[in-house]
Design a protein around this ligand. Sequence first.
Ligand code: ZN
Length: 236
Amino acid sequence: MTRSFDDARRWAELGTDLVLEAVAGFDDEAYDAPSGLPGWQRRQLVAHVAANADALGNLVHWAATGEETPMYASPGERAAGIARGLGMPAADLTGWLRRSAAELAASTAGLGDGEWQNQVVTAQGRTVPATELPWMRSREVCVHAVDLDTGITFADLPADFLGALCDDVIAKRAKAPGPALRLTETGTGEVRELPGDGEPTVLTGPLAEITAYLTGRGHTLTAPGGGPVPTLGPWL
Ligand code: ZN
């Protein structure tokens, strides 16, 4: 994996801008529309992105002060953040998204070099240095910018981000049972291997489609012979 801290900060900012621009003109009707994620309205997704910024802000606080402030105070708090979007007027929801993003940007900008190295624990229980936080945020905002279903696709995201995301998803998927894959990017010819059961299925396509497939989103990849691609389990 070759992504750097500066890369992740750049992607987090870019993805945040994409989400903010996507919802800029949203009224309640637009927020009530389904997102690209099955079972999710856009308003739930935006509330989740806003709550994620607040939650990551807790980890920034942890890194800055040493006071253990987990992302979510309880197992139900993540779900509560998503549900909060259901009862919120459009202007308030957009306001929450903006405010939470601005506060996270301000708090991360205030972290000193030493504080970035402090260890924090993610909602999944991983202990990581605070330098991982921009990557965690960039994944959320960039992928959910696509999930909002306003016309942004993975092809609109920077190729270096897509490559880093594929590497990240493959590393996670490699720890769980699933099909073996050999993924080749058209254009660059770059190959990624996902270890798994049986002979690897060879799939070739644009990096954006490979990313969409690996992250469990809609994609255009087909197996050799034109059949369906192997089904993948949940990623996160
Ligand atoms: Zn998410």
